[in-house]
Design a protein around this ligand. Structure first.
Ligand SMILES: *[C@@H]1O[C@H](CO)[C@@H](O)[C@H](O)[C@H]1NC(C)=O
Ligand SMILES: *[C@@H]1O[C@H](CO)[C@@H](O)[C@H](O)[C@H]1NC(C)=O
Ligand SMILES: *[C@@H]1O[C@H](CO)[C@@H](O)[C@H](O)[C@H]1NC(C)=O
Length: 490
């Protein structure tokens, strides 16, 4: 019953909750023989792994686990090795990150948060560590479910209202890009009726549906909340009919045919692509010690607005992420925001490197009188650095009059971008943060009109977005990207 409100709140409230959290930042092997299995991967060209992938694997001699060809390769010996590693305490895992305040690191969670001020006790870390280790040891074998999954496809969560409108924009974009990648839309119960389903399949015929409330699902979301329902994202991956899943947020528009992504050498090697966010994980974060992972300075948190994973290779990893994400006490929510970093720490826990794009995100936005305002993340093709997605996370905070004014009087919303000079160096410090723009920064608007949240990289000069994606503004208009400008509201 209470779960009825999930899809709507997933999309609306998630953004607001994220903003509340981030607004404070700106202030400142099967058993026996598995270790040879990876050599049978075909078509793999070894690229510069140290550059492409990341993970807490190398320190422990697990630097090849990411090439195991099957999920079953991890059972037995690999898992036994992982759960018998020497345990690390919070002070030990924190030591490997020595940022200073001069580095202007943009951390997730304010420094005043209690687990940062006073380290969580070893007893708590030991308990949580033994819980996930038991979960992994006792996970039912992948072969029991393997026949449910096949092929490649996009997984979207959609329900009523705004999500439906956003999903239509994505489907129109896929159409225009000539894509034929199947899309599986996950929804809750009667949130998508036959009429709405028909509207969607009419736009993009390669669309299928899954009702997360149905008993046919492998996994049902563990709980409901009034605010963020990120746990639906891990559930959608687990339940998806696809073996190779591209998880996509409904406010994230593909700019190239996503079919290309599964062909990328990075995906072929790692079986994952995790795209970066703008925040880093604090050295005192308990997730490091719980997963026996020394803090890493070369990592940003994940931005799971898009995420690529091969369940046939990383089924247990996905299950572990879903385990953390669906913890009945919501334990991990205290220091990992939503689903996104449960993926990264599941891979760290299982000492497996993950694939990531060579290039960190590019901020896309507009320049107002008050300065640069980034509302969208451009995320890149893992290997060649082209823009693959435009994820308008903060665009949702732009009110209809500001949208209209940008479109009609200011040559659109995709006017400028900021790209860090060291965007191919994940350990490089990128000064970035979030701030609020109101009337003073965006003139000519009704006086009581709250404007929007913006990202900025103060040390980078904005450039014209047409240099990166010529004429995208027109494309955006044609795929109905401006639907929100017709909404009521100031
Ligand atoms: C942090 O550690 C690295 C490697 O151990 C070292 O090269 C660097 O000088 C340290 N930085 C600070 C500020 O202590
Ligand atoms: C590490 O801690 C877990 C519980 O957190 C415990 O089950 C395991 O035996 C410990 N391992 C070692 C090598 O001490
Ligand atoms: C924006 O453009 C429209 C039509 O071109 C015009 O009517 C309107 O006054 C302009 N608004 C502002 C705030 O300049």
């Amino acid at each position: 019953m209470a779960l009825r409100r999930i899809p709507r709140s997933l999309l609306a409230a998630a953004t607001i909750a994220s903003i509340l959290l981030i607004a404070g930042w700106y202030r400142r092997e099967s058993s026996g023989e598995p270790f040879r299995l990876y050599r049978v991967i075909e078509g793999f060209t070894h690229s510069d792994s140290a550059h492409d992938g990341a993970g807490a694997a190398d320190e422990f001699g697990f630097d090849l686990a990411h090439r195991f060809p099957l999920a079953e390769s991890f059972r037995g010996r690999h898992f036994e090795k992982v759960v018998t590693l020497p345990n690390l305490s919070i002070s030990e895992t924190g030591r490997t990150c020595n940022w200073t305040s001069n580095d202007k690191v943009n951390f997730m969670f304010d420094g005043a948060i209690e687990w940062n001020v006073k380290a969580r006790p070893d007893s708590e870390i030991n308990l949580r560590r033994s819980q996930w280790q038991d979960f992994v040891r006792n996970c039912p074998p992948y072969k029991d479910v393997a026949s449910r999954f096949s092929g490649r496809g996009i997984v979207l969560l959609a329900g009523n209202g705004d999500t439906l409108m956003r999903t239509k924009v994505i489907l129109r974009s896929l159409n225009r890009l000539g894509s034929e990648v199947p899309v599986e839309i996950h929804y809750w119960d009667d949130e998508l009726n036959d009429d709405k389903k028909q509207q969607l399949t009419k736009i993009y015929p390669h669309t299928v549906f899954n009702d997360l409330a149905s008993k046919d699902n492998l996994m049902r979301p563990a709980f409901d909340t009034f605010l963020i329902n990120y746990q639906l994202k891990t559930a959608a991956i687990v339940n998806s009919r696809f073996a190779h899943v591209l998880l996509l947020d409904s406010d994230n528009i593909p700019v190239i045919d996503p079919a290309e992504l599964w062909e990328s050498p990075t995906y072929k090697e790692y079986g994952t692509i995790f795209w970066p966010d703008i925040a880093r994980t604090r050295p005192a974060n308990p997730a490091w010690a719980i997963t026996n992972t020394p803090c890493r300075m070369d990592e940003f948190e994940l931005e799971s607005g898009q995420l690529l994973v091969d369940k046939s290779r990383f089924w247990y990893h996905v299950k572990l992420a879903a385990f953390m994400n669906n913890d009945p006490d919501r334990y991990y929510d205290q220091f990992l925001l939503g689903d996104k970093d449960t993926f990264r720490f599941a891979w760290h826990a299982l000492k497996t490197r993950y694939g990531r794009p060579k290039r960190w995100l590019t901020s896309v936005g507009t320049v107002y009188q008050g300065g640069y305002c980034g509302h969208t993340f451009a995320q890149h093709h893992p290997d060649d650095g082209r823009i693959a997605f435009l994820h308008g996370g903060l665009l949702k905070t732009m009110t209809p009059p500001v949208l209209r004014w940008n479109r009609d009087n200011q040559s659109g919303i995709f006017r400028s971008y900021k790209r860090a000079a060291n965007d191919q160096d994940p350990a490089g410090i990128n000064e970035i943060g979030i701030h609020f723009f109101g009337n003073e920064q965006i003139p000519n608007l009704p006086k009581d009109n709250p404007a929007q949240w913006c990202t900025d990289m103060p040390s980078v000069e904005p450039r014209g977005f047409d240099d990166l994606l010529p004429d995208y503004e027109r494309f955006f208009e044609q795929i109905g990207g401006y639907w929100a400008s017709e909404k009521d509201g100031k």
